[in-house]
Design a protein around this ligand. Sequence first.
Ligand SMILES: [Zn+2]
Length: 503
Amino acid sequence: MNTAKFLGIAAAMSLLGVSMPAVAHASDSSTASTTPAPSYQTSSISLNAKTISTPSSFVKDGTTYIPIWYVMQALSQANIQNTWNNGVWSITIPSNITWDETNLPANNANQPSITVNGKPVINMPTVAAVDPASHAMTTYVPIWYMQQVLPRIQVQTNWDGQHWSMTLDQSQFGQSPSPTVHTISPIVNPNRKYTYTDMEADIRALANRYPDLVHTKVIGQTAYGRNIDAVSIGTGSATALVTGSFHAREWITTNLVMYMMDQYAQAYERNSTIDGNHVKAILDKTTMWFVPMVNPDGVTLEQSGLSAFPSSAWAGLKRMNGGSSNFTSWKANAEGIDLNRQFGAGWSGIYFDPVTHPWYEDYKGPKPYDTAEVKSLLGLIQAINPQMLITYHASGGLIYWQYKVTGTQLLVDQNYAKQLSGITGYPLVPISPNPSAGGLNDWWTNYMQRPGYTIEVGPPCGANPVPVSYFNSIWNRDKVDGLFIAIRSASLYPSHQSIQLKY
Ligand SMILES: [Zn+2]
Protein backbone atom coordinates (compact mmCIF):
# COMPACT_ATOMS: atom_id res chain seq x y z
CA MET A 1 0.00 0.00 0.00
CA ASN A 2 1.14 3.52 -0.75
CA THR A 3 1.17 4.79 2.83
CA ALA A 4 1.61 8.46 2.02
CA LYS A 5 -1.26 8.42 -0.42
CA PHE A 6 -3.57 6.67 1.99
CA LEU A 7 -2.76 9.02 4.84
CA GLY A 8 -3.79 11.75 2.49
CA ILE A 9 -6.99 9.94 1.71
CA ALA A 10 -7.82 9.49 5.37
CA ALA A 11 -7.32 13.18 5.99
CA ALA A 12 -9.42 14.11 3.00
CA MET A 13 -12.17 11.74 4.00
CA SER A 14 -12.15 13.12 7.49
CA LEU A 15 -12.68 16.61 6.12
CA LEU A 16 -15.50 15.50 3.87
CA GLY A 17 -17.16 13.29 6.46
CA VAL A 18 -17.43 10.72 3.68
CA SER A 19 -18.76 7.33 4.62
CA MET A 20 -18.63 4.05 2.75
CA PRO A 21 -21.64 2.04 1.66
CA ALA A 22 -21.24 -1.64 1.30
CA VAL A 23 -23.35 -4.37 -0.23
CA ALA A 24 -22.50 -7.75 1.12
CA HIS A 25 -24.00 -11.13 1.53
CA ALA A 26 -24.19 -12.76 4.90
CA SER A 27 -21.65 -15.25 3.64
CA ASP A 28 -19.21 -12.56 2.63
CA SER A 29 -16.16 -13.03 4.79
CA SER A 30 -14.17 -10.20 3.28
CA THR A 31 -15.70 -7.60 5.55
CA ALA A 32 -15.20 -6.69 9.17
CA SER A 33 -18.26 -6.29 11.36
CA THR A 34 -18.97 -3.13 13.30
CA THR A 35 -19.32 -3.37 17.03
CA PRO A 36 -21.00 -1.61 18.61
CA ALA A 37 -23.78 -0.71 16.16
CA PRO A 38 -22.92 2.42 14.18
CA SER A 39 -24.72 5.71 14.57
CA TYR A 40 -26.79 5.99 11.40
CA GLN A 41 -27.73 9.09 9.46
CA THR A 42 -30.04 9.41 6.49
CA SER A 43 -28.38 10.19 3.18
CA SER A 44 -29.56 10.21 -0.39
CA ILE A 45 -28.30 9.10 -3.80
CA SER A 46 -29.43 10.96 -6.90
CA LEU A 47 -28.81 10.31 -10.56
CA ASN A 48 -28.99 13.26 -12.94
CA ALA A 49 -30.87 15.22 -10.25
CA LYS A 50 -33.44 12.46 -9.66
CA THR A 51 -33.38 10.87 -6.20
CA ILE A 52 -32.84 7.11 -6.52
CA SER A 53 -32.75 6.06 -2.87
CA THR A 54 -32.33 7.32 0.68
CA PRO A 55 -30.01 4.81 2.35
CA SER A 56 -28.71 5.05 5.88
CA SER A 57 -25.02 5.81 6.21
CA PHE A 58 -22.57 6.14 9.07
CA VAL A 59 -19.17 7.63 9.77
CA LYS A 60 -16.38 5.33 10.85
CA ASP A 61 -12.77 6.34 11.31
CA GLY A 62 -13.59 9.70 9.82
CA THR A 63 -15.12 8.47 6.59
CA THR A 64 -18.72 7.92 5.51
CA TYR A 65 -19.89 4.41 4.66
CA ILE A 66 -23.02 3.60 2.63
CA PRO A 67 -24.55 0.21 1.64
CA ILE A 68 -23.11 -0.79 -1.72
CA TRP A 69 -26.48 -2.28 -2.69
CA TYR A 70 -27.91 1.22 -3.19
CA VAL A 71 -24.93 2.39 -5.22
CA MET A 72 -25.28 -0.66 -7.46
CA GLN A 73 -28.94 0.13 -7.91
CA ALA A 74 -28.15 3.71 -8.98
CA LEU A 75 -25.56 2.58 -11.53
CA SER A 76 -27.92 -0.10 -12.84
CA GLN A 77 -30.53 2.56 -13.47
CA ALA A 78 -27.94 4.40 -15.53
CA ASN A 79 -27.46 1.20 -17.59
CA ILE A 80 -24.01 0.62 -16.09
CA GLN A 81 -23.66 -3.09 -15.38
CA ASN A 82 -22.14 -3.86 -12.00
CA THR A 83 -21.95 -6.80 -9.64
CA TRP A 84 -20.61 -7.44 -6.15
CA ASN A 85 -19.08 -10.82 -5.59
CA ASN A 86 -16.54 -12.08 -3.07
CA GLY A 87 -15.36 -8.62 -2.14
CA VAL A 88 -15.00 -7.35 -5.70
CA TRP A 89 -17.26 -4.66 -7.08
CA SER A 90 -17.06 -5.18 -10.84
CA ILE A 91 -18.20 -2.35 -13.09
CA THR A 92 -18.62 -2.96 -16.82
CA ILE A 93 -18.93 -0.01 -19.17
CA PRO A 94 -19.90 0.02 -22.83
CA SER A 95 -17.10 -0.08 -25.38
CA ASN A 96 -17.90 3.41 -26.66
CA ILE A 97 -16.96 4.93 -23.29
CA THR A 98 -13.29 5.75 -22.88
CA TRP A 99 -12.16 5.51 -19.30
CA ASP A 100 -9.13 6.82 -17.47
CA GLU A 101 -6.81 3.88 -16.86
CA THR A 102 -3.85 5.94 -15.63
CA ASN A 103 -2.27 5.65 -12.17
CA LEU A 104 -4.58 2.97 -10.83
CA PRO A 105 -3.85 2.76 -7.08
CA ALA A 106 -5.04 -0.85 -6.59
CA ASN A 107 -2.18 -2.94 -5.34
CA ASN A 108 -3.54 -5.82 -3.30
CA ALA A 109 -5.54 -8.55 -4.98
CA ASN A 110 -6.57 -9.96 -1.60
CA GLN A 111 -8.42 -6.87 -0.43
CA PRO A 112 -11.91 -5.72 -1.40
CA SER A 113 -11.60 -3.80 -4.60
CA ILE A 114 -13.39 -1.97 -7.37
CA THR A 115 -12.70 -3.11 -10.94
CA VAL A 116 -13.61 -1.53 -14.27
CA ASN A 117 -13.90 -3.91 -17.22
CA GLY A 118 -12.00 -6.47 -15.16
CA LYS A 119 -9.08 -4.19 -14.26
CA PRO A 120 -8.57 -3.47 -10.50
CA VAL A 121 -8.74 0.28 -9.89
CA ILE A 122 -8.61 0.71 -6.12
CA ASN A 123 -8.64 -1.32 -2.91
CA MET A 124 -11.05 -0.22 -0.22
CA PRO A 125 -12.09 -1.12 3.29
CA THR A 126 -15.61 -2.53 3.73
CA VAL A 127 -17.78 -2.97 6.82
CA ALA A 128 -20.60 -5.40 7.47
CA ALA A 129 -23.45 -3.73 9.33
CA VAL A 130 -27.22 -3.83 9.51
CA ASP A 131 -29.10 -1.87 6.87
CA PRO A 132 -31.88 -0.25 8.96
CA ALA A 133 -34.24 -0.29 5.95
CA SER A 134 -34.11 -4.07 5.57
CA HIS A 135 -32.94 -5.06 9.09
CA ALA A 136 -30.37 -7.21 7.31
CA MET A 137 -26.60 -7.41 7.47
CA THR A 138 -25.17 -5.83 4.39
CA THR A 139 -21.86 -4.52 3.08
CA TYR A 140 -21.03 -0.88 3.56
CA VAL A 141 -18.34 0.81 1.47
CA PRO A 142 -16.71 4.24 1.78
CA ILE A 143 -18.10 6.91 -0.53
CA TRP A 144 -14.66 8.43 -0.82
CA TYR A 145 -13.20 5.41 -2.63
CA MET A 146 -16.07 5.24 -5.07
CA GLN A 147 -15.54 8.90 -5.81
CA GLN A 148 -12.03 8.02 -6.91
CA VAL A 149 -13.38 5.54 -9.46
CA LEU A 150 -16.60 6.93 -10.91
CA PRO A 151 -15.08 10.05 -12.55
CA ARG A 152 -12.72 7.71 -14.43
CA ILE A 153 -15.76 6.24 -16.22
CA GLN A 154 -17.27 9.67 -16.90
CA VAL A 155 -19.67 9.67 -13.97
CA GLN A 156 -19.24 12.91 -12.02
CA THR A 157 -20.10 12.75 -8.33
CA ASN A 158 -20.52 15.17 -5.48
CA TRP A 159 -20.90 14.34 -1.79
CA ASP A 160 -21.90 17.15 0.54
CA GLY A 161 -21.96 15.12 3.74
CA GLN A 162 -25.56 14.02 3.26
CA HIS A 163 -26.49 14.00 -0.43
CA TRP A 164 -24.55 12.04 -3.01
CA SER A 165 -25.30 13.19 -6.54
CA MET A 166 -24.12 11.43 -9.68
CA THR A 167 -24.31 12.98 -13.11
CA LEU A 168 -23.54 11.41 -16.44
CA ASP A 169 -24.41 11.80 -20.11
CA GLN A 170 -27.15 9.21 -20.40
CA SER A 171 -27.06 9.30 -24.21
CA GLN A 172 -23.48 8.00 -24.09
CA PHE A 173 -24.32 5.10 -21.79
CA GLY A 174 -27.38 4.27 -23.83
CA GLN A 175 -30.96 4.24 -22.71
CA SER A 176 -32.81 0.97 -22.63
CA PRO A 177 -32.94 -0.42 -26.17
CA SER A 178 -35.38 1.81 -28.00
CA PRO A 179 -38.17 0.07 -29.85
CA THR A 180 -37.76 0.93 -33.50
CA VAL A 181 -41.14 -0.12 -34.81
CA HIS A 182 -43.71 0.52 -32.14
CA THR A 183 -43.93 1.03 -28.42
CA ILE A 184 -45.56 -1.63 -26.27
CA SER A 185 -46.45 -0.24 -22.87
CA PRO A 186 -45.76 -2.45 -19.85
CA ILE A 187 -48.62 -4.14 -18.03
CA VAL A 188 -46.93 -5.16 -14.76
CA ASN A 189 -45.86 -2.50 -12.27
CA PRO A 190 -43.54 -4.36 -9.89
CA ASN A 191 -42.52 -1.39 -7.77
CA ARG A 192 -45.25 -1.83 -5.18
CA LYS A 193 -46.69 -4.32 -2.72
CA TYR A 194 -47.98 -6.67 -5.40
CA THR A 195 -51.09 -8.65 -4.41
CA TYR A 196 -52.96 -11.73 -5.57
CA THR A 197 -55.63 -9.40 -7.02
CA ASP A 198 -52.99 -7.40 -8.92
CA MET A 199 -51.55 -10.63 -10.27
CA GLU A 200 -54.86 -12.02 -11.50
CA ALA A 201 -55.69 -8.74 -13.26
CA ASP A 202 -52.26 -8.60 -14.93
CA ILE A 203 -52.44 -12.25 -16.02
CA ARG A 204 -55.75 -11.50 -17.76
CA ALA A 205 -54.26 -8.38 -19.36
CA LEU A 206 -51.22 -10.30 -20.64
CA ALA A 207 -53.39 -13.05 -22.13
CA ASN A 208 -55.60 -10.42 -23.81
CA ARG A 209 -52.70 -8.48 -25.26
CA TYR A 210 -50.72 -11.50 -26.51
CA PRO A 211 -53.40 -14.06 -27.41
CA ASP A 212 -51.12 -16.13 -29.65
CA LEU A 213 -48.22 -16.15 -27.20
CA VAL A 214 -49.54 -16.17 -23.62
CA HIS A 215 -51.82 -18.90 -22.29
CA THR A 216 -53.25 -19.27 -18.81
CA LYS A 217 -54.36 -22.22 -16.74
CA VAL A 218 -55.81 -22.46 -13.23
CA ILE A 219 -54.01 -25.50 -11.82
CA GLY A 220 -55.83 -25.67 -8.49
CA GLN A 221 -57.46 -23.82 -5.65
CA THR A 222 -56.37 -23.13 -2.12
CA ALA A 223 -58.21 -23.96 1.08
CA TYR A 224 -59.73 -20.45 0.99
CA GLY A 225 -60.77 -20.63 -2.67
CA ARG A 226 -57.99 -18.61 -4.32
CA ASN A 227 -56.74 -19.71 -7.72
CA ILE A 228 -53.31 -21.17 -8.22
CA ASP A 229 -52.48 -19.67 -11.61
CA ALA A 230 -50.07 -20.90 -14.25
CA VAL A 231 -49.10 -19.00 -17.39
CA SER A 232 -47.17 -20.13 -20.45
CA ILE A 233 -45.20 -17.94 -22.83
CA GLY A 234 -43.73 -19.35 -26.02
CA THR A 235 -44.43 -21.84 -28.76
CA GLY A 236 -41.60 -24.37 -28.38
CA SER A 237 -41.75 -28.12 -27.68
CA ALA A 238 -39.23 -27.97 -24.84
CA THR A 239 -40.49 -26.55 -21.54
CA ALA A 240 -39.06 -24.87 -18.47
CA LEU A 241 -40.76 -23.87 -15.21
CA VAL A 242 -40.36 -20.81 -12.97
CA THR A 243 -42.17 -20.45 -9.64
CA GLY A 244 -42.60 -17.57 -7.18
CA SER A 245 -43.95 -17.07 -3.66
CA PHE A 246 -43.81 -20.53 -2.16
CA HIS A 247 -43.34 -18.58 1.05
CA ALA A 248 -45.81 -15.84 1.97
CA ARG A 249 -43.40 -13.14 3.17
CA GLU A 250 -41.27 -13.68 0.05
CA TRP A 251 -43.90 -12.16 -2.27
CA ILE A 252 -41.34 -9.90 -3.99
CA THR A 253 -40.59 -13.06 -6.01
CA THR A 254 -44.09 -12.70 -7.54
CA ASN A 255 -43.17 -9.15 -8.56
CA LEU A 256 -40.07 -10.61 -10.22
CA VAL A 257 -41.84 -13.48 -12.02
CA MET A 258 -44.70 -11.28 -13.26
CA TYR A 259 -42.33 -8.59 -14.50
CA MET A 260 -40.23 -11.26 -16.21
CA MET A 261 -43.32 -12.56 -18.01
CA ASP A 262 -44.26 -9.05 -19.16
CA GLN A 263 -40.74 -8.23 -20.34
CA TYR A 264 -40.31 -11.54 -22.18
CA ALA A 265 -43.67 -11.14 -23.92
CA GLN A 266 -42.82 -7.58 -24.97
CA ALA A 267 -39.41 -8.61 -26.27
CA TYR A 268 -40.97 -11.51 -28.19
CA GLU A 269 -43.48 -9.20 -29.91
CA ARG A 270 -40.83 -6.59 -30.69
CA ASN A 271 -38.41 -9.25 -31.91
CA SER A 272 -35.84 -7.69 -29.61
CA THR A 273 -33.13 -8.91 -27.26
CA ILE A 274 -32.59 -8.86 -23.49
CA ASP A 275 -28.88 -8.67 -22.62
CA GLY A 276 -28.09 -10.06 -26.06
CA ASN A 277 -30.57 -12.95 -25.86
CA HIS A 278 -32.96 -13.07 -28.80
CA VAL A 279 -36.19 -13.75 -26.95
CA LYS A 280 -38.35 -14.87 -29.89
CA ALA A 281 -35.76 -17.36 -31.11
CA ILE A 282 -35.49 -18.83 -27.60
CA LEU A 283 -39.24 -19.04 -26.87
CA ASP A 284 -39.98 -20.55 -30.28
CA LYS A 285 -37.90 -23.53 -29.11
CA THR A 286 -38.92 -23.58 -25.44
CA THR A 287 -42.29 -22.75 -23.91
CA MET A 288 -41.77 -21.20 -20.49
CA TRP A 289 -44.30 -21.93 -17.76
CA PHE A 290 -44.68 -19.66 -14.77
CA VAL A 291 -46.50 -20.12 -11.45
CA PRO A 292 -46.01 -16.62 -10.11
CA MET A 293 -47.69 -17.20 -6.72
CA VAL A 294 -47.70 -20.79 -5.45
CA ASN A 295 -49.09 -19.63 -2.08
CA PRO A 296 -51.83 -17.02 -2.68
CA ASP A 297 -53.54 -17.59 0.70
CA GLY A 298 -50.30 -17.06 2.60
CA VAL A 299 -49.27 -14.00 0.56
CA THR A 300 -52.68 -12.42 1.10
CA LEU A 301 -52.54 -13.08 4.85
CA GLU A 302 -49.03 -11.61 5.03
CA GLN A 303 -50.02 -8.49 3.07
CA SER A 304 -53.58 -7.84 4.25
CA GLY A 305 -53.96 -9.64 7.57
CA LEU A 306 -57.12 -11.18 8.98
CA SER A 307 -59.52 -8.87 7.10
CA ALA A 308 -58.93 -10.88 3.91
CA PHE A 309 -60.19 -14.07 5.61
CA PRO A 310 -63.56 -15.14 6.99
CA SER A 311 -64.00 -14.22 10.65
CA SER A 312 -64.50 -17.88 11.50
CA ALA A 313 -60.81 -18.41 10.65
CA TRP A 314 -59.36 -15.54 12.67
CA ALA A 315 -58.82 -17.31 16.00
CA GLY A 316 -57.02 -20.21 14.33
CA LEU A 317 -54.82 -17.95 12.19
CA LYS A 318 -53.82 -15.88 15.22
CA ARG A 319 -53.02 -18.99 17.21
CA MET A 320 -50.66 -20.17 14.45
CA ASN A 321 -49.12 -16.69 14.56
CA GLY A 322 -48.22 -16.87 18.26
CA GLY A 323 -51.26 -14.81 19.22
CA SER A 324 -50.24 -11.80 17.14
CA SER A 325 -52.41 -9.95 14.60
CA ASN A 326 -49.29 -8.78 12.78
CA PHE A 327 -48.76 -11.28 9.95
CA THR A 328 -45.77 -9.64 8.23
CA SER A 329 -43.49 -12.59 9.09
CA TRP A 330 -45.96 -15.25 7.89
CA LYS A 331 -44.29 -17.83 5.67
CA ALA A 332 -46.66 -20.85 5.51
CA ASN A 333 -49.94 -21.29 3.66
CA ALA A 334 -53.09 -20.30 5.55
CA GLU A 335 -53.31 -23.79 7.04
CA GLY A 336 -49.96 -23.24 8.74
CA ILE A 337 -47.98 -25.62 6.51
CA ASP A 338 -44.65 -24.63 4.98
CA LEU A 339 -45.11 -25.51 1.30
CA ASN A 340 -41.41 -25.91 0.66
CA ARG A 341 -41.18 -28.64 3.31
CA GLN A 342 -43.87 -30.70 1.62
CA PHE A 343 -41.81 -32.72 -0.85
CA GLY A 344 -40.55 -36.23 -0.22
CA ALA A 345 -36.79 -35.84 -0.59
CA GLY A 346 -35.41 -36.10 2.94
CA TRP A 347 -38.85 -35.24 4.36
CA SER A 348 -38.83 -37.62 7.32
CA GLY A 349 -35.48 -36.32 8.49
CA ILE A 350 -35.56 -32.60 7.67
CA TYR A 351 -32.45 -31.25 9.37
CA PHE A 352 -34.01 -28.20 11.06
CA ASP A 353 -37.51 -29.26 12.08
CA PRO A 354 -38.61 -27.14 15.05
CA VAL A 355 -42.44 -27.49 15.09
CA THR A 356 -44.89 -30.40 14.94
CA HIS A 357 -48.13 -28.43 14.60
CA PRO A 358 -49.49 -25.79 12.17
CA TRP A 359 -47.45 -22.63 12.60
CA TYR A 360 -46.59 -19.43 10.70
CA GLU A 361 -43.35 -21.01 9.49
CA ASP A 362 -41.42 -24.29 9.33
CA TYR A 363 -44.22 -26.86 9.92
CA LYS A 364 -43.76 -29.55 7.27
CA GLY A 365 -47.30 -30.97 7.49
CA PRO A 366 -48.56 -34.42 8.51
CA LYS A 367 -47.19 -36.04 5.36
CA PRO A 368 -45.46 -35.00 2.14
CA TYR A 369 -47.44 -33.88 -0.94
CA ASP A 370 -50.44 -33.16 1.30
CA THR A 371 -51.43 -29.58 0.40
CA ALA A 372 -53.55 -28.34 -2.51
CA GLU A 373 -50.73 -26.03 -3.58
CA VAL A 374 -48.15 -28.82 -3.86
CA LYS A 375 -50.59 -31.25 -5.51
CA SER A 376 -51.48 -28.57 -8.08
CA LEU A 377 -47.84 -27.94 -8.87
CA LEU A 378 -47.12 -31.64 -9.28
CA GLY A 379 -50.08 -31.92 -11.65
CA LEU A 380 -48.67 -29.11 -13.75
CA ILE A 381 -45.20 -30.68 -13.81
CA GLN A 382 -46.70 -33.99 -14.95
CA ALA A 383 -48.65 -32.18 -17.67
CA ILE A 384 -45.90 -29.97 -19.08
CA ASN A 385 -42.71 -32.06 -18.58
CA PRO A 386 -40.25 -29.25 -17.75
CA GLN A 387 -36.59 -29.96 -18.49
CA MET A 388 -35.34 -27.47 -15.92
CA LEU A 389 -36.81 -25.24 -13.23
CA ILE A 390 -36.08 -22.20 -11.14
CA THR A 391 -37.91 -21.65 -7.86
CA TYR A 392 -37.52 -18.15 -6.47
CA HIS A 393 -37.32 -17.41 -2.77
CA ALA A 394 -36.22 -14.42 -0.73
CA SER A 395 -33.86 -13.49 0.78
CA GLY A 396 -30.08 -13.62 0.98
CA GLY A 397 -28.70 -13.57 -2.55
CA LEU A 398 -27.79 -17.27 -2.85
CA ILE A 399 -28.36 -20.21 -5.18
CA TYR A 400 -29.24 -23.69 -3.84
CA TRP A 401 -28.67 -26.13 -6.66
CA GLN A 402 -28.86 -29.79 -5.62
CA TYR A 403 -29.94 -32.25 -2.92
CA LYS A 404 -27.73 -35.33 -2.58
CA VAL A 405 -27.15 -35.53 -6.32
CA THR A 406 -24.24 -37.69 -7.45
CA GLY A 407 -22.36 -38.84 -10.53
CA THR A 408 -22.75 -37.27 -13.96
CA GLN A 409 -25.91 -35.45 -12.92
CA LEU A 410 -23.96 -33.60 -10.24
CA LEU A 411 -21.48 -32.34 -12.85
CA VAL A 412 -24.28 -31.23 -15.18
CA ASP A 413 -26.19 -29.46 -12.41
CA GLN A 414 -23.03 -27.84 -11.10
CA ASN A 415 -21.98 -26.60 -14.51
CA TYR A 416 -25.29 -24.81 -15.01
CA ALA A 417 -25.19 -23.57 -11.40
CA LYS A 418 -21.83 -21.92 -11.97
CA GLN A 419 -23.13 -20.23 -15.10
CA LEU A 420 -26.22 -18.95 -13.24
CA SER A 421 -23.99 -17.68 -10.46
CA GLY A 422 -21.92 -15.84 -13.04
CA ILE A 423 -25.02 -14.22 -14.54
CA THR A 424 -26.66 -13.19 -11.29
CA GLY A 425 -23.63 -12.59 -9.09
CA TYR A 426 -25.23 -14.79 -6.41
CA PRO A 427 -22.83 -17.30 -4.81
CA LEU A 428 -23.63 -21.03 -4.82
CA VAL A 429 -24.51 -22.79 -1.57
CA PRO A 430 -21.71 -25.31 -1.00
CA ILE A 431 -22.40 -29.04 -0.80
CA SER A 432 -22.85 -29.89 2.88
CA PRO A 433 -23.48 -33.08 4.89
CA ASN A 434 -26.79 -31.75 6.30
CA PRO A 435 -28.53 -29.95 3.45
CA SER A 436 -32.01 -28.57 3.95
CA ALA A 437 -34.60 -31.04 2.63
CA GLY A 438 -38.26 -31.37 1.76
CA GLY A 439 -38.27 -28.59 -0.85
CA LEU A 440 -39.42 -28.60 -4.46
CA ASN A 441 -35.86 -28.39 -5.73
CA ASP A 442 -34.67 -31.15 -3.38
CA TRP A 443 -37.29 -33.47 -4.87
CA TRP A 444 -36.67 -32.26 -8.40
CA THR A 445 -32.91 -32.71 -8.38
CA ASN A 446 -32.84 -35.89 -6.25
CA TYR A 447 -35.94 -37.84 -7.35
CA MET A 448 -36.43 -36.49 -10.88
CA GLN A 449 -32.70 -36.01 -11.58
CA ARG A 450 -33.16 -32.89 -13.65
CA PRO A 451 -31.41 -29.53 -13.11
CA GLY A 452 -33.20 -27.10 -10.82
CA TYR A 453 -32.21 -23.99 -8.91
CA THR A 454 -33.58 -22.30 -5.81
CA ILE A 455 -32.60 -18.66 -6.14
CA GLU A 456 -32.83 -16.49 -3.03
CA VAL A 457 -33.18 -12.92 -4.25
CA GLY A 458 -32.55 -9.70 -2.37
CA PRO A 459 -30.31 -8.84 0.57
CA PRO A 460 -30.66 -10.93 3.74
CA CYS A 461 -33.88 -9.73 5.45
CA GLY A 462 -34.42 -12.38 8.12
CA ALA A 463 -38.11 -12.97 8.83
CA ASN A 464 -39.16 -9.82 6.96
CA PRO A 465 -40.26 -9.25 3.36
CA VAL A 466 -37.62 -7.79 1.06
CA PRO A 467 -38.52 -4.09 0.67
CA VAL A 468 -39.87 -3.14 -2.76
CA SER A 469 -37.08 -0.58 -3.04
CA TYR A 470 -34.79 -3.50 -3.91
CA PHE A 471 -36.85 -4.56 -6.91
CA ASN A 472 -34.81 -2.83 -9.61
CA SER A 473 -31.54 -4.26 -8.39
CA ILE A 474 -33.11 -7.74 -8.19
CA TRP A 475 -34.43 -7.41 -11.73
CA ASN A 476 -31.04 -6.28 -12.93
CA ARG A 477 -29.49 -9.48 -11.59
CA ASP A 478 -32.24 -11.94 -12.52
CA LYS A 479 -33.72 -10.70 -15.79
CA VAL A 480 -32.16 -13.39 -17.98
CA ASP A 481 -32.49 -16.33 -15.54
CA GLY A 482 -35.61 -17.56 -17.32
CA LEU A 483 -34.02 -17.29 -20.76
CA PHE A 484 -30.99 -19.13 -19.42
CA ILE A 485 -33.00 -22.22 -18.45
CA ALA A 486 -35.11 -21.95 -21.62
CA ILE A 487 -31.99 -22.16 -23.81
CA ARG A 488 -30.66 -25.18 -21.93
CA SER A 489 -34.06 -26.88 -21.81
CA ALA A 490 -34.11 -26.86 -25.60
CA SER A 491 -30.88 -28.85 -25.69
CA LEU A 492 -32.05 -31.26 -22.94
CA TYR A 493 -35.44 -31.88 -24.54
CA PRO A 494 -34.42 -34.61 -27.04
CA SER A 495 -33.55 -36.89 -24.10
CA HIS A 496 -36.47 -35.71 -21.90
CA GLN A 497 -39.52 -36.01 -24.10
CA SER A 498 -41.76 -37.40 -21.36
CA ILE A 499 -41.84 -37.43 -17.60
CA GLN A 500 -42.93 -39.91 -14.93
CA LEU A 501 -43.19 -38.36 -11.48
CA LYS A 502 -41.46 -40.18 -8.63
CA TYR A 503 -42.63 -39.96 -5.01
ZN1 LIG B 1 -38.52 -19.22 0.87
